[in-house]
Design a binder for this molecule. Structure first.
Ligand code: C2O
Ligand code: CU
Ligand code: CU
Length: 463
């Protein structure tokens, strides 16, 4: 006699396990230690959420109020930003702009109701370069009311570390030379807090993988040797399920991609997952290691992969106002920067202005947008470098790249803009507040590739 779940597996999928979501959480921020390079090597001193790197994966339910208490046990101010969640400005976690910083020994209660299901993440927005670079990041999963049927789900929170030979984090956060180039790229890539060796899989199973790039600066292009990942969501937002061009998943810092992977490999074999964003520095991130069991099913499942829609407001493209944002600066492109001499702490600018560090409350917004209106942001990259450009508090539709329409109905909160590329995105300015817009290569952000957009009602007093 088959057990109930084995019976179900033969017919189709195991029933999705009961939701592990919980709407109230408490996380402590403090120094800790993490065995990044495995149990036989010395542990690394880190800054951690609840003592683990990455922080605990928070699972919550879509459309239901969430409360998360954050206790700051660091010796410096911190905040938590819920990256990608459309929430009220006061919960956005930008110190001095959307909230007062959480002082050492103090706490803050974040409360919001996530409107969208999907893969999000959380990280500090205070001294971000060092706090994120020392380990403060975690996954935030907003569960769909009816998930796509898969056999298993994995979350890969990918981080990049610059470790010294003794296993400790190298100093020197905020090196201006690096900030004007690709940022602080590390030498050790971890998945869920350890340098991975293998990901055990079973032939024939269908797995959803939530990929999260929580690195400071490393852009990745992942290829699953011998497999055909289907992209079902980008930055948490469902897209038309599609196989990416050349099978490459391009993942800049802060970006997420949900894939569905049918394990079509042979039992007992291993297949590499390769990051070849930089062809010369390509490396094997991890191996899918098949167990010896015969395939669970002979043919990939026919079950549909389309995720349920999120309640995103559709921009009115005919009425949308165009705002051009020119990304300037960096090595080999100081034009528009007023030259090295006047740079100071800024190596980058947007429309010739640079907000640096954690941001500056006194600085005027780059643009003021009218609440409820549709906008097209034209991100024109005048630099020689890649920039994952992120807008807080909204998701935007990625319309076109260099004028060519972007297929598959892609929405995002962080869009990777290639050197000299122009990307148009559209959104409805439906969330009032001063919202950060910045590059998520953290050194670029803190060295000037940052601004705020003010969204306010026509009748509002603040100018
Ligand atoms: Cu992921 Cu301004 O943040
Ligand atoms: Cu964000
Ligand atoms: Cu950048």
């Amino acid at each position: 006699m088959l057990s109930a779940s084995a019976g179900a597996a033969l017919l189709g999928f195991v029933r999705p396990s009961l939701s592990q979501a919980s709407q109230s959480h408490r996380i402590a921020v403090a120094r800790g230690q993490a065995p990044l390079t495995g149990p036989r090597r010395p542990a690394t001193d880190v800054w951690a959420y609840d003592g683990v790197v990455p922080g605990p994966t928070l699972r919550v339910r879509q459309g239901e109020p969430v409360s998360i208490v954050v206790d700051n046990g660091l010796e410096e101010d911190t905040t938590v930003h819920w990256h990608g969640i459309r929430l009220p400005i006061g919960m956005d976690g930008v110190p001095g702009i959307s909230q007062a910083p959480i002082r050492p020994g103090e706490k803050f209660v974040y409360e919001f109701t996530p409107p969208d299901a999907g893969t999000f993440w959380y990280h500090p927005h205070a001294n971000t370069l060092e706090q994120l670079g020392r380990g403060l990041a975690g996954a935030l999963i907003v569960e769909e009311r009816s998930p796509v049927p898969v056999d298993r789900e994995l979350v890969w929170t990918i981080m990049d570390w610059r470790l010294r030979p003794d296993g400790q984090i190298a100093r020197g956060f905020g090196n201006m030379m690096e900030a004007a180039m690709s940022g602080r790229i590390g030498n050790t890539v971890t998945i869920n807090g350890v340098v991975p060796t293998v990901e055990p899989v079973r032939a024939g199973e269908r797995v959803r993988i939530r990929l999260i790039n929580a690195a400071l600066a490393r852009i990745m292009a992942l290829r699953f040797e011998g497999h055909h990942p289907v992209v079902v969501a980008i930055d948490g937002q469902p897209c038309d399920p599609h196989v990416p061009k050349h099978g490459r998943l391009l993942l800049g810092p802060a970006m997420r991609i949900d894939i569905v992977l049918d394990m079509q490999g042979e039992p007992s074999r291993r297949y590499e997952v390769i990051d070849d964003f930089d062809e010369e520095l390509k490396y094997s991130l991890v191996e899918l290691a098949y167990d010896a069991a015969p395939p669970m099913r002979m043919h990939p499942s026919e079950a549909p992969l389309r995720l349920p829609r999120n309640p995103l407001p559709t921009p009115d493209l005919k009425a949308a106002e165009l705002r051009e944002l020119v990304l300037q600066g960096g090595m080999m492109g100081m034009r528009g920067m007023g030259g090295m001499a006047r740079m100071g702490r800024a190596a980058w600018a947007i429309n010739s202005t640079s907000m640096t560090g954690d941001g500056h409350a006194g600085m005027p917004p780059l643009a003021t947008l009218e609440l409820g209106r549709s906008y097209v942001l034209r991100l024109r990259n005048d630099t020689a470098w890649w920039h994952p450009m992120h807008l807080h508090g909204h998701s935007f539709r990625v319309l076109s790249r260099n004028g060519a329409p972007v297929p598959h109905n892609q929405w995002a909160d962080t869009v990777l803009v290639a050197p000299k590329e122009t990307v148009d995105v559209a959104f409805v300015a439906d969330n009032p507040g001063d919202w950060m817009l910045h590059c998520h290569v953290t050194d670029h952000q803190t060295a000037g590739l940052m601004a705020t957009l003010r969204i306010e009602g026509a009748g509002s007093e603040t100018r």
